[in-house]
Design a protein around this ligand. Structure first.
Ligand SMILES: NC(=O)c1ccc[n+]([C@@H]2O[C@H](COP(=O)([O-])OP(=O)(O)OC[C@H]3O[C@@H](n4cnc5c(N)ncnc54)[C@H](O)[C@@H]3O)[C@@H](O)[C@H]2O)c1
Length: 460
């Protein structure tokens, strides 16, 4: 089966590569020529565990190609996945410009029956909107072939025969949200908790089941529903996880005040089968390309349907405050930030990724700079991305250069390599022995016994 994936970012590239590895014939399309050139020369634009090797394997096998030629890719493919960005607008709602642009392009080039699958995270009603865009174009094209309307171009005209396709050309829309996590995206795609397929067409459903057959064979549960429900499932999942993180963060903040230990509380909560232990790790607030934008987008979706999503609005504002509280912690420990040099370990929004979108670390750094602090930093993977938006920080080679002569060292991302620092060496090279552990990687008593002024979150 020929499949094209429009949008070769985190989701598109991982989806395309993994589907190629399932034995399907994949064309990954992106409008970013640099990205496509890099992929065609053997490079990989993002870091994901095992992704590079999997791309190489499937390129060699001739199962995946990369191109900017959307027209050819659409015409050759029976199934078209959309995996473009849906960034937030200023008011928090999802910006659908990329989706609508792609829908227009598909409408122009569709030449025979296609299944159009939306993998991007989109507000309820977007599948319907994509259908509308394509139908509107087809109506105009039909009128044009009858001579009663003019459309700007007829890209579907077969140049060899001079014959236009017969309108309307059939197509089906599927909402198939993606749940992969950056940092373990390849594993998540190939071992998902669930596959959600939202469609009103039996024909499209059969094709989707065929695409995901390898996952069906390993007993992955399938949720088959309508597009609106599928679209809302994705937001509901992300909003719930963001709520869980925010809840434990607030419990941790309370622990700081009352002298309780948030790890013990999280452990006990997690032992309750109704709660589960996952996503109960306190930190500087959720970040990344999904939770912040998706929580705000869901508030906005609710609002557009006349409903105030009160609890989620509180989550969004508590998450913002969490970052501010982290800066307050640093400020309190170093005694005012003006002129102080703060060493930051970790820039990525979480470990095992180079993604810094909505990273708590980046936000905290911006606040520190605003208060007059100087920042030295280190991240194993995300420094190149950080340099693009914060070129004036002091980027260090490792953890120890970052600590050297700093007034405090702050662990902002939970990279494994930060879990076993040579603390005695760190203490020697820090200007003052202050360690702020925003990911609770260390045991407070142990670190304090080495002579550090140490603070974690909710367990001091
Ligand atoms: N990143 C994640 O962890 C994740 C997980 C699940 C779902 N999602 C959702 O998936 C969608 C994509 O996310 P992402 O992180 O992969 O985004 P991304 O920004 O990494 O990639 C999007 C890609 O689409 C390309 N693009 C935009 N318009 C195009 C067009 N008209 N034609 C061809 N290419 C075009 C861009 O150049 C870019 O390479 C978003 O809706 C996101 O919310 C993301």
């Amino acid at each position: 089966m020929n499949i094209c994936i429009i949008g070769t970012g985190y989701v598109g590239l991982v989806t395309g590569t993994c589907l190629a590895d399932f034995g399907l014939s994949i064309t990954c399309v992106d409008q970013d020529e640099q990205k496509i050139n890099l992929l065609n020369s053997g490079g990989v634009p993002i870091y994901e565990q095992n992704l590079e090797a999997l791309i190489k394997k499937n390129v060699s096998a001739g199962r995946i190609i990369f191109t900017t030629n959307l027209e050819k890719a659409v015409k050759q493919s029976q199934v078209i996945f959309i995996a473009v960005g849906t960034p937030p607008n200023h008011d928090g709602s999802a910006n659908l410009e990329q989706i609508e642009e792609v829908a227009q392009e598909i409408a122009r080039y569709i030449n025979e029956y296609k299944v159009i699958v939306n993998k991007s995270t989109v507000p309820v009603g977007t599948a319907h909107r994509i259908k509308e865009i394509i139908n509107e174009y087809q109506t105009l094209s039909l009128q044009a072939t009858e001579g009663s309307a003019v459309i700007p171009s007829s890209p579907n005209l077969n140049r060899r025969t001079g014959v236009s396709p017969v309108y309307p050309i059939p197509f089906d829309i599927v909402s198939n949200p993606e749940f992969l996590r950056e940092g373990s995206a390849v594993y998540d795609f190939t071992h998902p908790d669930k596959i959600v397929i939202g469609t009103e067409s039996d024909r499209a459903l059969r094709i989707m089941q065929e695409i995901y057959r390898p996952l069906y064979l390993i007993d992955t549960p399938f949720v088959i529903t309508n597009p609106e429900t599928a679209e809302l499932i994705k937001y509901a999942c992300n909003a719930f996880l963001a709520t869980k993180i925010t809840f434990i963060n607030e419990i941790a903040n309370l622990c700081d005040k009352v002298g309780a230990d948030v790890h013990q509380i999280a452990k006990a909560m997690g032992l309750d089968g109704r709660i589960s232990p996952k996503f109960l790790h306190p930190g500087p607030g959720y970040g990344g390309s999904c939770f912040p934008k998706d929580t705000r987008a869901l508030c906005s979706i609710a609002e557009s349907f006349g409903y105030e999503f009160q609890s989620l609005k509180a989550v969004v504002s508590a998450n913002k405050r969490q970052r501010e509280l982290m800066v307050e912690k640093i400020k309190h420990l170093v005694g005012g930030l003006k002129g102080k040099r703060i060493g930051i370990l970790g820039l990525a929004f979480k470990q095992n990724t180079d993604d810094i979108r909505e990273s708590a670390s980046i936000d905290i750094i911006k606040m520190l700079l605003k208060e007059g602090a100087k920042v030295k930093c280190f991240d194993p993977l995300a420094m190149d991305n950080a340099k693009k938006i914060l070129p004036d920080l002091t980027y260090c080679q490792d953890e120890y250069e970052t600590a050297h002569d700093s007034d405090a060292l702050v662990i902002a991302t939970e990279w494994n390599q930060f879990r076993n620092l040579d603390l005695l060496r760190i203490k020697k090279i820090l200007k003052s022995p202050i360690l702020l552990d925003l990911r609770n990687l260390y045991e407070p008593e142990k670190v304090k016994s080495l002579g550090f002024i140490y603070e974690g979150i909710g367990r001091n």
